[in-house]
Write a protein that binds this ligand. Sequence first.
Ligand code: BTN
Length: 244
Amino acid sequence: MKKGISLIRYAITDSTNTRAKEYINSGDEPIPALFIADGQTDGRGRMGRSFYSPEQTGLYATILFAAPKSEDRLLSLTSLAAVAAAEAIDELLGVSVEIKWVNDLYKNGRKVAGVLAESFERYSQRYIALGIGINLSTSDFPEELKEKAGALSTETIPRERADKLALLFSERLLGFLELEDTSPVIDIYRRRSCVIGRRISFIQGGKERFGTATGITPLGALKVALEGGGEITLSTGEISIFLQ
Ligand code: BTN
């Protein structure tokens, strides 16, 4: 396998991110390693949410690797991951997706994929478990997701193709992390952004604030012109976009 990525596959598991963490704690296992499951019983999302992970219709994968030494790379990690995923989906499945800050992928106004990066330490070495969940052909969402979630395709995407997608995504991301200059990748992020120029809201200090997203910084932070004056740069968190 290219770049020496070890592949660990499950028909079903609780969470590939949890499997990745356990793997590192179990001994001197080779990394990078890619964990793929056909379904998850306890898929985890950002902000402590769960990630709906039905069997056979989604791709649930985690790439485990040594954390980059550069603070800048760490800061832009999930933005680079969003681009790696968007490009891999485009290349392998011919589906064009947009990026909603920070790292959600959207198609036709619906979320089709999300990224969860977790970092942890073992023997003074820092590792990243970067998980991606992609709704390949999921159509039957629970009530609370029905209005927001979508899928890449109406047709079943064969397992081998989904595995290839996970591998291409991982290779692309690891490649981005080795670049001296990631500005071309952030340029792709900007081109795929569905946020720039849009009216948005976000919660800060328990209060909802409103503004217009004006740009993405070289490290993937979001620049916002606030309603009522002033500008703010958000480096993490979540925003809502208003329909036009
Ligand atoms: C989000 O949109 O909030 C992030 C979702 C990340 C889901 C993926 S699925 C594979 C990996 N394992 C998990 O438990 N979560 C991530």
